[in-house]
Design a protein around this ligand. Structure first.
Ligand code: ATP
Length: 328
Protein backbone atom coordinates (compact mmCIF):
# COMPACT_ATOMS: atom_id res chain seq x y z
CA UNK A 1 0.00 0.00 0.00
CA UNK A 2 1.25 3.51 -0.81
CA UNK A 3 2.40 5.24 2.34
CA UNK A 4 0.96 8.77 2.56
CA UNK A 5 3.73 11.28 3.00
CA UNK A 6 2.84 14.29 5.13
CA UNK A 7 6.15 15.79 6.25
CA UNK A 8 9.25 16.00 4.07
CA UNK A 9 12.73 16.90 5.32
CA UNK A 10 15.39 18.61 3.20
CA UNK A 11 19.13 18.73 3.84
CA UNK A 12 22.35 19.75 2.11
CA UNK A 13 25.31 17.41 2.56
CA UNK A 14 28.97 17.15 1.49
CA UNK A 15 30.64 20.11 -0.25
CA UNK A 16 28.48 23.18 -0.86
CA UNK A 17 27.61 24.26 -4.41
CA UNK A 18 25.88 27.30 -5.91
CA UNK A 19 22.23 26.47 -6.55
CA UNK A 20 21.73 24.54 -3.30
CA UNK A 21 19.65 27.39 -1.87
CA UNK A 22 17.53 27.55 -5.01
CA UNK A 23 16.93 23.79 -4.62
CA UNK A 24 15.96 24.18 -0.93
CA UNK A 25 13.53 26.93 -1.96
CA UNK A 26 12.03 24.69 -4.61
CA UNK A 27 11.61 21.70 -2.27
CA UNK A 28 9.96 23.91 0.39
CA UNK A 29 7.59 25.60 -2.06
CA UNK A 30 6.65 22.36 -3.83
CA UNK A 31 5.76 20.90 -0.44
CA UNK A 32 3.61 23.97 0.31
CA UNK A 33 1.96 23.67 -3.11
CA UNK A 34 0.94 20.08 -2.34
CA UNK A 35 -0.08 20.87 1.26
CA UNK A 36 2.80 18.90 2.77
CA UNK A 37 4.81 20.14 5.72
CA UNK A 38 8.50 20.73 5.10
CA UNK A 39 11.39 20.64 7.60
CA UNK A 40 14.86 21.97 6.98
CA UNK A 41 17.55 19.71 8.46
CA UNK A 42 20.64 21.70 9.47
CA UNK A 43 24.26 20.54 8.90
CA UNK A 44 23.55 17.52 6.71
CA UNK A 45 23.37 14.10 8.36
CA UNK A 46 25.05 15.52 11.46
CA UNK A 47 22.00 17.72 12.11
CA UNK A 48 19.71 14.77 11.36
CA UNK A 49 21.36 12.81 14.16
CA UNK A 50 21.06 15.79 16.53
CA UNK A 51 17.43 16.52 15.58
CA UNK A 52 18.43 20.00 14.42
CA UNK A 53 15.26 20.68 12.40
CA UNK A 54 13.26 23.77 11.50
CA UNK A 55 9.81 23.95 9.99
CA UNK A 56 9.89 25.87 6.71
CA UNK A 57 6.99 27.44 4.89
CA UNK A 58 6.84 29.06 1.45
CA UNK A 59 7.79 32.50 2.81
CA UNK A 60 10.74 31.23 4.85
CA UNK A 61 12.76 30.73 1.65
CA UNK A 62 12.30 34.22 0.22
CA UNK A 63 15.39 36.01 -1.05
CA UNK A 64 17.66 32.96 -1.24
CA UNK A 65 17.39 31.90 -4.90
CA UNK A 66 20.34 34.15 -5.80
CA UNK A 67 22.57 33.22 -2.84
CA UNK A 68 25.61 30.92 -2.99
CA UNK A 69 26.38 28.37 -0.27
CA UNK A 70 23.52 26.82 1.69
CA UNK A 71 21.29 28.43 4.35
CA UNK A 72 20.86 24.98 5.94
CA UNK A 73 24.67 24.63 6.26
CA UNK A 74 26.43 21.48 5.15
CA UNK A 75 28.62 18.94 6.92
CA UNK A 76 30.40 15.64 6.57
CA UNK A 77 29.17 13.27 9.27
CA UNK A 78 31.34 10.42 10.56
CA UNK A 79 28.55 9.30 12.91
CA UNK A 80 26.13 8.73 10.02
CA UNK A 81 28.55 6.15 8.63
CA UNK A 82 27.81 4.00 11.71
CA UNK A 83 24.64 1.94 12.38
CA UNK A 84 24.22 3.66 15.77
CA UNK A 85 24.43 7.09 14.17
CA UNK A 86 21.84 6.24 11.54
CA UNK A 87 19.55 4.73 14.20
CA UNK A 88 19.69 8.01 16.14
CA UNK A 89 18.89 9.91 12.95
CA UNK A 90 15.91 7.63 12.31
CA UNK A 91 14.60 8.17 15.85
CA UNK A 92 14.93 11.96 15.47
CA UNK A 93 13.04 11.91 12.16
CA UNK A 94 10.24 9.79 13.64
CA UNK A 95 10.04 12.03 16.71
CA UNK A 96 9.51 15.05 14.44
CA UNK A 97 7.02 13.11 12.30
CA UNK A 98 9.18 13.46 9.17
CA UNK A 99 8.34 10.58 6.84
CA UNK A 100 10.62 11.22 3.83
CA UNK A 101 13.64 13.38 2.95
CA UNK A 102 15.36 15.01 0.01
CA UNK A 103 19.15 15.14 0.21
CA UNK A 104 21.04 17.67 -1.90
CA UNK A 105 24.66 16.57 -2.27
CA UNK A 106 27.16 14.33 -4.03
CA UNK A 107 27.63 10.58 -4.42
CA UNK A 108 28.68 10.13 -0.77
CA UNK A 109 25.43 11.74 0.38
CA UNK A 110 23.46 9.44 -1.94
CA UNK A 111 25.30 6.38 -0.61
CA UNK A 112 24.33 7.44 2.91
CA UNK A 113 20.69 7.87 1.83
CA UNK A 114 20.70 4.48 0.12
CA UNK A 115 22.04 2.71 3.22
CA UNK A 116 19.49 4.53 5.39
CA UNK A 117 16.63 3.57 3.07
CA UNK A 118 17.67 -0.07 3.17
CA UNK A 119 17.91 -0.18 6.96
CA UNK A 120 14.68 1.65 7.80
CA UNK A 121 12.64 1.45 4.58
CA UNK A 122 12.57 5.26 4.73
CA UNK A 123 11.58 7.15 1.52
CA UNK A 124 14.53 9.19 0.18
CA UNK A 125 15.23 11.22 -2.96
CA UNK A 126 18.46 12.91 -4.12
CA UNK A 127 19.32 16.14 -5.92
CA UNK A 128 22.87 16.22 -7.33
CA UNK A 129 24.67 19.28 -5.96
CA UNK A 130 28.39 19.44 -6.70
CA UNK A 131 30.44 21.71 -8.95
CA UNK A 132 32.49 18.83 -10.41
CA UNK A 133 29.62 17.38 -12.49
CA UNK A 134 30.96 13.93 -11.62
CA UNK A 135 27.64 12.14 -11.15
CA UNK A 136 26.12 9.62 -13.53
CA UNK A 137 22.48 10.15 -14.54
CA UNK A 138 22.48 13.89 -15.21
CA UNK A 139 24.20 16.02 -17.81
CA UNK A 140 24.47 18.82 -15.23
CA UNK A 141 24.84 18.82 -11.45
CA UNK A 142 23.85 21.91 -9.46
CA UNK A 143 26.65 24.44 -9.29
CA UNK A 144 28.57 23.16 -12.28
CA UNK A 145 27.39 25.84 -14.70
CA UNK A 146 28.09 28.59 -12.16
CA UNK A 147 31.58 27.22 -11.54
CA UNK A 148 32.27 27.21 -15.30
CA UNK A 149 31.27 30.87 -15.55
CA UNK A 150 33.33 31.81 -12.48
CA UNK A 151 36.43 30.03 -13.74
CA UNK A 152 36.19 31.31 -17.32
CA UNK A 153 36.03 34.89 -16.01
CA UNK A 154 39.16 34.38 -13.89
CA UNK A 155 41.07 32.72 -16.74
CA UNK A 156 40.24 35.71 -18.97
CA UNK A 157 41.79 37.97 -16.34
CA UNK A 158 44.90 35.82 -15.99
CA UNK A 159 45.26 35.88 -19.78
CA UNK A 160 45.59 39.68 -19.64
CA UNK A 161 48.70 39.24 -17.50
CA UNK A 162 49.98 36.28 -19.51
CA UNK A 163 49.85 38.19 -22.78
CA UNK A 164 51.33 41.39 -21.32
CA UNK A 165 54.42 39.52 -20.08
CA UNK A 166 54.81 36.66 -22.59
CA UNK A 167 54.10 34.19 -19.86
CA UNK A 168 52.96 30.60 -19.76
CA UNK A 169 50.33 30.01 -17.06
CA UNK A 170 49.37 26.66 -15.59
CA UNK A 171 45.95 27.18 -14.04
CA UNK A 172 44.69 24.44 -11.74
CA UNK A 173 40.92 24.02 -11.58
CA UNK A 174 38.73 21.60 -9.57
CA UNK A 175 38.13 18.07 -10.87
CA UNK A 176 39.74 15.23 -8.95
CA UNK A 177 38.18 12.38 -10.90
CA UNK A 178 36.71 14.01 -13.98
CA UNK A 179 37.86 16.93 -16.10
CA UNK A 180 34.52 18.52 -17.02
CA UNK A 181 35.43 21.96 -15.65
CA UNK A 182 38.89 21.86 -17.26
CA UNK A 183 37.63 20.83 -20.70
CA UNK A 184 34.78 23.32 -20.89
CA UNK A 185 36.74 26.22 -19.47
CA UNK A 186 39.68 25.29 -21.69
CA UNK A 187 37.51 25.60 -24.79
CA UNK A 188 35.58 28.60 -23.45
CA UNK A 189 38.67 30.59 -22.50
CA UNK A 190 40.79 29.46 -25.45
CA UNK A 191 43.46 27.49 -23.58
CA UNK A 192 46.37 26.07 -25.55
CA UNK A 193 46.31 22.78 -23.70
CA UNK A 194 43.93 21.00 -21.29
CA UNK A 195 45.21 18.37 -18.86
CA UNK A 196 42.58 16.07 -17.33
CA UNK A 197 42.54 12.85 -15.25
CA UNK A 198 40.93 10.87 -18.09
CA UNK A 199 43.78 11.41 -20.56
CA UNK A 200 47.46 11.10 -19.81
CA UNK A 201 49.06 13.41 -22.35
CA UNK A 202 52.58 12.78 -21.03
CA UNK A 203 55.26 15.38 -20.32
CA UNK A 204 56.96 15.03 -23.72
CA UNK A 205 53.77 15.65 -25.65
CA UNK A 206 53.01 18.62 -23.43
CA UNK A 207 56.39 20.16 -24.29
CA UNK A 208 55.90 19.36 -27.96
CA UNK A 209 52.52 21.07 -27.92
CA UNK A 210 53.91 24.17 -26.17
CA UNK A 211 56.81 24.40 -28.63
CA UNK A 212 54.39 24.13 -31.55
CA UNK A 213 52.30 26.85 -30.03
CA UNK A 214 55.34 29.11 -29.61
CA UNK A 215 56.51 28.40 -33.17
CA UNK A 216 53.10 29.34 -34.55
CA UNK A 217 53.61 32.87 -33.25
CA UNK A 218 51.92 32.77 -29.84
CA UNK A 219 53.69 34.84 -27.23
CA UNK A 220 51.71 33.62 -24.23
CA UNK A 221 49.96 30.42 -23.33
CA UNK A 222 47.34 29.15 -20.92
CA UNK A 223 47.27 25.50 -19.85
CA UNK A 224 44.24 24.40 -17.82
CA UNK A 225 45.03 21.57 -15.42
CA UNK A 226 42.34 19.58 -13.59
CA UNK A 227 43.49 18.87 -10.03
CA UNK A 228 43.30 15.10 -10.68
CA UNK A 229 45.54 15.25 -13.75
CA UNK A 230 48.10 12.48 -13.72
CA UNK A 231 50.98 13.86 -15.77
CA UNK A 232 52.86 15.50 -12.94
CA UNK A 233 52.48 15.00 -9.20
CA UNK A 234 50.96 18.44 -9.11
CA UNK A 235 50.81 21.67 -11.05
CA UNK A 236 54.05 22.97 -9.47
CA UNK A 237 55.94 19.92 -10.70
CA UNK A 238 54.66 20.67 -14.20
CA UNK A 239 56.02 24.20 -13.90
CA UNK A 240 59.45 22.91 -12.79
CA UNK A 241 59.57 20.50 -15.69
CA UNK A 242 58.73 23.15 -18.28
CA UNK A 243 61.15 25.62 -16.60
CA UNK A 244 63.95 23.07 -16.99
CA UNK A 245 63.14 22.11 -20.55
CA UNK A 246 61.81 25.22 -22.18
CA UNK A 247 63.50 28.55 -21.58
CA UNK A 248 61.31 30.42 -24.08
CA UNK A 249 58.58 31.08 -21.52
CA UNK A 250 58.40 32.62 -18.10
CA UNK A 251 56.20 30.07 -16.32
CA UNK A 252 53.66 30.89 -13.63
CA UNK A 253 51.15 28.81 -11.67
CA UNK A 254 47.72 29.78 -10.42
CA UNK A 255 45.70 27.40 -8.23
CA UNK A 256 42.12 28.63 -8.17
CA UNK A 257 40.91 26.61 -5.17
CA UNK A 258 37.74 27.32 -3.23
CA UNK A 259 36.74 30.49 -5.03
CA UNK A 260 35.34 28.11 -7.68
CA UNK A 261 32.64 26.92 -5.26
CA UNK A 262 31.28 30.28 -4.25
CA UNK A 263 29.16 33.02 -5.71
CA UNK A 264 25.65 33.68 -6.86
CA UNK A 265 24.26 30.80 -8.97
CA UNK A 266 23.92 31.31 -12.72
CA UNK A 267 20.46 31.52 -14.27
CA UNK A 268 20.94 27.97 -15.57
CA UNK A 269 21.63 26.62 -12.08
CA UNK A 270 18.66 28.47 -10.58
CA UNK A 271 16.31 27.05 -13.20
CA UNK A 272 17.81 23.56 -12.86
CA UNK A 273 17.50 23.70 -9.05
CA UNK A 274 13.86 24.79 -9.31
CA UNK A 275 13.06 21.92 -11.68
CA UNK A 276 14.93 19.36 -9.59
CA UNK A 277 13.16 20.37 -6.38
CA UNK A 278 9.72 19.99 -7.97
CA UNK A 279 10.62 16.60 -9.45
CA UNK A 280 12.12 15.32 -6.18
CA UNK A 281 9.11 16.23 -4.02
CA UNK A 282 6.49 15.09 -6.55
CA UNK A 283 8.33 11.77 -7.00
CA UNK A 284 8.29 11.16 -3.23
CA UNK A 285 4.61 12.03 -3.02
CA UNK A 286 3.78 9.53 -5.76
CA UNK A 287 5.53 6.77 -3.82
CA UNK A 288 8.98 6.71 -5.46
CA UNK A 289 12.11 6.34 -3.37
CA UNK A 290 15.86 5.72 -3.69
CA UNK A 291 16.32 7.79 -6.85
CA UNK A 292 18.35 10.82 -7.89
CA UNK A 293 16.67 13.41 -10.09
CA UNK A 294 18.71 14.46 -13.09
CA UNK A 295 18.62 16.30 -16.39
CA UNK A 296 18.75 14.27 -19.61
CA UNK A 297 17.96 15.77 -23.02
CA UNK A 298 16.36 18.71 -21.18
CA UNK A 299 13.93 16.38 -19.41
CA UNK A 300 13.86 15.62 -15.67
CA UNK A 301 14.54 11.94 -15.17
CA UNK A 302 15.08 9.60 -12.23
CA UNK A 303 18.15 7.40 -11.87
CA UNK A 304 18.31 4.73 -9.13
CA UNK A 305 20.83 5.73 -6.44
CA UNK A 306 22.98 2.64 -6.96
CA UNK A 307 23.44 3.50 -10.65
CA UNK A 308 24.07 7.19 -9.93
CA UNK A 309 26.75 6.25 -7.41
CA UNK A 310 28.44 3.47 -9.38
CA UNK A 311 28.12 4.90 -12.90
CA UNK A 312 30.82 7.04 -14.46
CA UNK A 313 30.20 10.52 -15.76
CA UNK A 314 32.08 10.66 -19.06
CA UNK A 315 34.00 13.53 -20.60
CA UNK A 316 32.84 14.77 -24.00
CA UNK A 317 35.60 13.65 -26.39
CA UNK A 318 34.26 15.90 -29.13
CA UNK A 319 35.14 18.91 -26.95
CA UNK A 320 38.74 17.71 -26.67
CA UNK A 321 38.96 17.58 -30.46
CA UNK A 322 37.42 21.06 -30.74
CA UNK A 323 40.05 22.30 -28.31
CA UNK A 324 42.86 20.74 -30.37
CA UNK A 325 41.58 22.39 -33.52
CA UNK A 326 41.11 25.78 -31.85
CA UNK A 327 44.61 25.84 -30.40
CA UNK A 328 46.31 25.39 -33.78
P1 ATP B 1 31.12 16.05 -2.49
O1 ATP B 1 30.96 15.61 -3.92
O2 ATP B 1 31.09 17.49 -2.31
O3 ATP B 1 32.29 15.37 -1.80
P2 ATP B 1 29.50 14.08 -1.18
O4 ATP B 1 28.03 13.98 -0.91
O5 ATP B 1 30.09 13.02 -2.06
O6 ATP B 1 29.79 15.53 -1.73
P3 ATP B 1 30.80 12.96 1.17
O7 ATP B 1 31.57 13.61 2.27
O8 ATP B 1 31.43 11.85 0.42
O9 ATP B 1 30.29 14.13 0.22
O10 ATP B 1 29.44 12.37 1.80
C1 ATP B 1 28.59 13.21 2.59
C2 ATP B 1 28.13 12.46 3.81
O11 ATP B 1 27.36 11.31 3.43
C3 ATP B 1 29.26 11.87 4.67
O12 ATP B 1 29.82 12.82 5.53
C4 ATP B 1 28.52 10.78 5.44
O13 ATP B 1 27.84 11.31 6.53
C5 ATP B 1 27.50 10.28 4.41
N1 ATP B 1 28.02 9.05 3.78
C6 ATP B 1 28.90 8.94 2.78
N2 ATP B 1 29.17 7.65 2.49
C7 ATP B 1 28.44 6.92 3.37
C8 ATP B 1 28.26 5.52 3.62
N3 ATP B 1 28.92 4.59 2.91
N4 ATP B 1 27.40 5.14 4.59
C9 ATP B 1 26.75 6.06 5.32
N5 ATP B 1 26.86 7.38 5.15
C10 ATP B 1 27.69 7.81 4.19
Amino acid sequence: MLQTIKKIGVLTSGGDAPGMNAAIRSVVRTCAFHNKKCYGIYRGYEGMIDGDFIEMDARSVKGIINKGGTVLKSARSKAFRTVEGRKKAYEQLRKAGIDAFVVIGGDGSFTGAMVFNKEFNFPVMGIPGTIDNDIFGTTHTLGYDTALNTVVEVVDKIRDTASSHNRLFFIEVMGRDVGHIAVNVGVGAGAEEILIPEEDLGLDRLLESLRRSKASGKSSSIVIVAEGDKIGKNVFELKDYVDENMSEYEVRVSVLGHMQRGGSPSCFDRVLASRMGVKAVESLITGKSNYMVGLKNDIMELTPFDQAVKGKSKINKELLRVSDIMSI
